[in-house]
Structure formats: structure tokens, C-alpha cells
Design a protein around this ligand. Structure first.
Ligand code: GGG
Length: 356
């Protein structure tokens, strides 16, 4: 029997609420499948850990995570801990240390969720954003000078390497090639305003495109692309973007598929040399944390993506179907989707549906 070991990092705020439901669904899916088991180990790292220890995870945290097949993360960030500390103390070191240089974020309208865009159906809203996940604008290289004076200034570099850019672009083209859809790449740029890194990015798009002549490619400025996400979402198949552009685009993507409570993401190490990490796109939402009203759909969708990555395709598919059946029934949906169900009730309904 195959066993998959999962490191659970619920993190902060609603991360704790939603990961609990995802774990339950994973347990049921593995029992029903019968071909594999899942073992979990939970880590209390995050902002509360930071307030006790002055760091988001222990010094050997990354070493501890290395032994797992996958990492399942909730959310990071809580008032009282500066945002950059929670990101650079836990989330980003994991992405970088484990070479999770691909961030896959599906923008897909689920069955049972009405589109916030007028007259759009599931066929119109079904594409993937691939975000470069290890470099770009998230460089942490820069500095601050003359703080507290009238010359106060800050500078931050963006880092685009040939290796990093080629790897994410090639991955995106491979996904487009396998896609049953239009075999089309849309690449986000801003080479009219950002005069070194973005032309560099565009140049490598042309280069990698030459390896995939059957794939149609459009390079679109990020500002226009935001507008097209809303006005013509049906024109996309695979969208590829730098770290920051991808992050912004996928919050917009979450908006057009029903909100932040829905959108999943997978931080992938394609070589499978290191564990990949699965986390909802949303943050820790401290205002609703612990109230039992957070939507667990994004984290449960992440659970399905994790199983798919681990090769458990039937169980991954079963979760997606059960989740959409429950959404379609509309009996157990959380307040963000117009329902009155709790986080736990949605999780339970999906587990029950899996048994049926
Ligand atoms: N679900 C993980 C989380 O808390 N994300 C919040 C966030 O700000 N992420 C930034 C990023 O993905 O770069």
C-alpha cells in the first residue's frame, strides 16, 4: 500500500479553520480509495510561534519538512507581526529552499458557483495561471536610507535570471501543449515601463516559443491583461507571469470565479526532488478567524491538487466531484457564497458526499 506523508502547516487565522476541513476530506478520500494511506504531522509554526520564539519556525524547520512527500499550508500573517516577517519567515523560505519555482493557480469556475461576471459559464472560465515563484520582484534585495529625514528613501531590486525565466516559461509551454484546449500562451509583461527586466522576460518568451511552434503566443501588458481577465476570460488557456504580476493576477482570477474563498494554488518542484506545497491563495483573514465562517473550498481544492501531484488521480477527481456536488446543492455553502453553513458543515458535507 502506498503511503503519503504530509506536513500540515495550518499557520495563522483562518488557515487553522480551513486546513482542518481539508485534512478530514483527505482522510476520507484515502479510506475510500483503498490504494493508499496518508500520514499527517502538524506543526504550530506561524505568527503565534513568532510571538513566543521571535521566529516563524525553528532553525531546523526546513530540515524537518524535507522528509515529507508534501506540505499542506493554510495561511500566514496576523496583526502584530509585520507582513514581510510572516512571508519571509515561513512561506517564502519554503518555496525557495524546496525549489518550488512553479506556482500553479487554476482560474476555473466550479460547478455550483454562479460567475460574478454576467452571462459567463464554466466553459468561459477555465484557464491556468502559472506564476514564477522564486525570484522576480520578490527579491529581498534593497535598502533604506535617511529614514526619519526629509531625504528618506527606499530601493528594491527585481531579479530575473535566465535559468529562472527559462524554467517557468518552458513549464508553461509544456502545460499548454498538454492542454486539451486552445494550446495558447498569454504572457504578462510591462516592457513599455519596465525597461530591463520585462524586455528580458519577453526575449525569453520568444526564445522558448521557438521550441513550441504549434503554440500560439500573446504578450500582453499587465494592465491590459487585468482588464481582459474580466472582459474576455474565455480567450485564455495558460497565462504565465512573473512573481508579483502572477500574484496580483490570481487575486483577480479568484474574484472572477467567486472570490478568495475558492482559489487554490500549488507550489511545485517539478523535478519532485523536494516536497511541493499546497496552499489556498487567500490569506489569514484575521477578522473572521475562529468564527467558523471561512470558506474551506480553496483548501479542499488544494487537497485535490496535492493528491493529483502525488499520483492519486482517482481520489483527486473524487474530491473535485464531491465538492462541486455540495456546491451545486447549495445546502451547505458559507456566507461569502450567500449561504449560512459553517466551515465545518461544508467539510462534513463533502466527506458525506464522498461516501455516497
Ligand atoms: N495562503 C497563504 C497565504 O497566507 N498567503 C498570503 C500571501 O500574502 N501570500 C503572498 C504570496 O503568495 O506571495
Amino acid at each position: 500500500m502506498r503511503n503519503h506523508s504530509i506536513a500540515l502547516l495550518p499557520g495563522d487565522g483562518i488557515g487553522v479553520d480551513v486546513i482542518q476541513e481539508g485534512k478530514k476530506v483527505l482522510e476520507v478520500a484515502s479510506q475510500l480509495d483503498g490504494g493508499f494511506t496518508i500520514s499527517f504531522e502538524s506543526f504550530d509554526w506561524g505568527c503565534e510561534y513568532y510571538s513566543k520564539h521571535g521566529k516563524m519556525m525553528p532553525d531546523d524547520g526546513l530540515d524537518q519538512l524535507k522528509q515529507f512527500d508534501s506540505i499542506y499550508l493554510g495561511a500566514v500573517g496576523f496583526p502584530g507581526v509585520p507582513d514581510h516577517v510572516s512571508l519571509w519567515g515561513l512561506l517564502l523560505p519554503i518555496r525557495r529552499h524546496f525549489q518550488q519555482y512553479i506556482n500553479i493557480r487554476p482560474v476555473k469556475l466550479l460547478r455550483g458557483i454562479p460567475s460574478p461576471l454576467a452571462n459567463r459559464t464554466q466553459t468561459d472560465l477555465d484557464f491556468i495561471v502559472i506564476r514564477e515563484n522564486n525570484e522576480g520582484e520578490y527579491s529581498n534585495i534593497g535598502g533604506r536610507m535617511y529614514e526619519g529625514t526629509s531625504q528618506d528613501m527606499a530601493i528594491q531590486a527585481s531579479v530575473f535570471t535566465r535559468q529562472g525565466v527559462e524554467k517557468v516559461l518552458r513549464y508553461a509551454y509544456q502545460v499548454a501543449q498538454k492542454s486539451g484546449k486552445r494550446k495558447r500562451i498569454t504572457a504578462a509583461t510591462k516592457s513599455n515601463g519596465i525597461t530591463y527586466t520585462m524586455p528580458f522576460w519577453d526575449e525569453y518568451i520568444q526564445k522558448i516559443n521557438a521550441e513550441f511552434p504549434d503554440i500560439e503566443t500573446s504578450i500582453i501588458h499587465i494592465d491590459a491583461l487585468c482588464s481582459f481577465f474580466v472582459t474576455k476570460p474565455d480567450s485564455f488557456d495558460v497565462v504565465v507571469a512573473s512573481n508579483l504580476f502572477g500574484d496580483i493576477l490570481t487575486d483577480l482570477g479568484a474574484g472572477i470565479i467567486g472570490g478568495m474563498g475558492i482559489a487554490p494554488s500549488a507550489n511545485i518542484n517539478p523535478e519532485k526532488k523536494f516536497p511541493s506545497m499546497f496552499e489556498p491563495v487567500h490569506g489569514s483573514a484575521p477578522d473572521i478567524a475562529g468564527k467558523g465562517i471561512a470558506n474551506p473550498i480553496a483548501s479542499i481544492w488544494c487537497a485535490s491538487m496535492m493528491l493529483e501531484h502525488l499520483g492519486e488521480l482517482d481520489a483527486a477527481h473524487a474530491i473535485m466531484e464531491a465538492m462541486q456536488d455540495v456546491l451545486e446543492e447549495r445546502k451547505f455553502v458559507t456566507p461569502d457564497l450567500g449561504g449560512i453553513a459553517s466551515t465545518e458543515e461544508v467539510g462534513n458535507a463533502i466527506c458525506k458526499r464522498l461516501y455516497e
